[in-house]
Structure formats: structure tokens, C-alpha cells
Design a binder for this molecule. Sequence first.
Ligand SMILES: C[S@@+](CC[C@H](N)C(=O)[O-])C[C@H]1O[C@@H](n2cnc3c(N)ncnc32)[C@H](O)[C@@H]1O
Length: 424
Amino acid sequence: MMRGGAGHASEGSRAYAADVASVPQQHVRLRIEQVVAGGDGLAREASGRVVFVPGVLPGEEVAVRLVTAKRDFARGEVLEVLEASPARVSPPCAAHRRGCGGCDWQHADPARQDELKLEVVREALRRTARMPDVVVTAGGSVPTWAYRTSMRVAVDRAGRVSLRRPRTNEPVVLDHCLVAHPLLDELVHDARFAGADEVSLRVSAATGERSVWWTTARPDDIVVPEGLGAGVTVGVDAVVHEEVAGRRYRVSGESFFQSGPAAAELLVRTVSDMGGDALAEARSVVDAYGGIGLFAGSLATTAPAAAFTLVEGSAAACADAVENLADLDADVICSPVEAWTPSPVDVVIADPSRHGLGRDAVTVLAATGAPVLLLIGCDPVAFARDAALLAAEGYALDEVRSLDLFPQTHHVEVVGRFRRSTAH
Ligand SMILES: C[S@@+](CC[C@H](N)C(=O)[O-])C[C@H]1O[C@@H](n2cnc3c(N)ncnc32)[C@H](O)[C@@H]1O
């Protein structure tokens, strides 16, 4: 059981003291120092060994059961919050209380979530990139609930929409999802996909269109969905049309889309703002990892003189991008970025998947010689690794913003602007 109780010993803490006495090697009392990338709290035992604990906040004192213990670090689970942070709130989601691993920061007040994400980004730049002096500011958040328009989910034996219990394969039926757009939540509640392995659900906030597709564990397994309701299209080719900053985009089932249109709009606005004069004056812009053409499409007015080259590895996303950018001066190149032959450009926008750019893509993008490179990352540690690789290629990081596109979770989006030094 988790209980908050600021600053005084409770009955629970006396019970915990008894536990400590009986199994000292497994139960510990810890003060949480900080949260780390990945969302867990970090504390230190008296020996100095680091313990990672989910579901906690900096400053809290917690009774913890160690679930894995290695020589250098351990992982624990909270038995009781002995002294709660003022930012601790009661998670409102029933699925979360049943163990759903989807929203791991529901116990934190949303304003505190933003601050913690900022600290996680700063820490990644300090530790991984060795860039302690880069200025990182909070760049805004989407609404804290009902923001998601796409979800990839598991199902239980009856085919009900579920997410997994953390660090297990066990499905936890959602029934409702508080971060899902109401049209998506209707699917979460009503739809059944018995026999599916994973299911992708997507809705459009602009048009009300809905699409679903799924994978099965074995190719011959047949899934007959139930409870989809009228007008839901089925299959990887099913499309919805979404609107971002007044422009409409086709998004097929297999193509990536941001957590929702509010996230897409905030991201585009941030990139446009940070691109500033470089975008306004650009004659050529590369939209690397361009997906369905979100940046090329939405930045066409910010960079009115620019020809866009979108480089994207997914055939489905490329097909969407060709349609979405048909009215603009834009080429779509369907290729992994690492295999693309770079040509000189004025601005690079790069929005890779969770793993970041890596050395090969950094080499390719740096070979464009772009004076300004805007990097978007959804993993602060991968972003910091890329920042160090870009620095070695002559790109200095001069501004970073952290965006909260996934409230109630530890996920944070990072946007950084790099300028090429003239020496290169
Ligand atoms: C985070 S998404 C960003 C998409 C787009 N910028 C947007 O905001 O909608 C990353 C995109 O990179 C694509 N991708 C992943 N690895 C790639 C690679 N090595 N080369 C090119 N594209 C890749 C994915 O298919 C996906 O569309």
C-alpha cells in the first residue's frame, strides 16, 4: 500500500520498522534524491549503492523492498511513502491503480512533471554530453489529459484493450484511458480484438475518422474485431486525416504521428521559433526522418523561399508525405538517412526515432554543411549522445527546449539548435 503523510511517522512506518528488523537485506528506508531519465527515482543506501525506485518524487522518504540487487545498483518497489512530496497527487486513473504501466508519473502534479523533465534533460546534457552550461528552458506542454490520438496496445484473452504491467507481459485491461482523446477512449472501452498480439488505434481530432490494425503472434491467426462502431476503417492501409496549424495531413495506419495534433502543433511552433532567421532566409531545408511531412508541410510558411527535401525510411510514411506535400516545393526521398547522399543545404531538421541519430546519420547530416541544424529527440540520453557526436563534427549546441508532449508519463521531447562553427 502507498500512503502519503508529510513529515510524521505513521502506523505504516512502525510496521515497516518491524520489516526492516526482520529482513534487513531486502527492506530499506530511502530518501529520493532525484528522478532520472526513464522516470524512476534515484536514492543511495548508506553504502553508497544507488537504488532506482519507480513511483516516487525527489525529497520523499520511502520504505522500499529491493526487487533486484546487483553490486553497483539495485531496484526497489515502494512499500510506503513515509514523507510525501508536496507535489504528490492521488493518481485519478483506475487502470493505473490496477497496475497499468502506461502513465508512470500520475502521482506527480503536472507542473512538477514539467520541472522534473527539465531537470532530466539538463542532467543528460551534463552527464552524457558533458555540456553543463547549455541553457535548457521549458518549452510548453500539451493539455494534461485526453491528448493522445494514437495508441499501440496489447489485449487480454478476451481481446479487451490493455497495456502491460511494468516489466511484465501481463495485460492490464484499460476500460478507459484518461490520456486518450474521447474518440480513442470509445475504442479503448468498446472494441475487442480476440487473438491479436498488438493493436494500433488511431483517431483524427479534426475529422472524427478512426482506424485500427493489428498484428498476431502467428501469421495464420485470424482476428475478428468486435465493437468497433460505425465508420472505423481496418488495416495498415486505412488512413485518417489530421489537421495541424491549419494544414491537413493524411496519416496511414503504419505511419508515425505525434501523440496528437496539439503535440504536433507545439513541436512545429517550437522548431519554427528556434529556426528563426535561418529558416526565414533558407533556400533549402532537409527534413530528415520526415515521416508524413509534418515539418516540411507546416514550415513552408516559415521558410517561404525554401525547397524541402524529406528523407524518410518508411514506405507508408513516404506515400503519405508525397500526397501531403504535393502542393509544395518538396522532394520525398524514401531512404534510411544513413544511406542518403547529402548535398549542401541551409537548414537541417532531424527528428529521429527513440534511438537518436547515431554516428552514421550524424556524419551524413553534418556533410550537408548546414549552418543550422535543429534536432528533435524523444529520449534525452540519446539526444545528449547525438549532441556530443555533432559537437565533434563542429556543431555547437546553443539552445535547448524541453517539451511535455506526454503528460502523466516520464517521456520528454527535446528540441535543440546547433550552429556550425566557421572553422569546419
Ligand atoms: C519520431 S518520427 C518523426 C516523424 C516526423 N518528423 C513527424 O514529426 O511526424 C521518426 C521517423 O523516422 C523514421 N525513421 C526511423 N529510422 C529511420 C532511418 N534510419 N532513416 C530514415 N527514417 C527513419 C520513422 O519511420 C518515423 O517516420
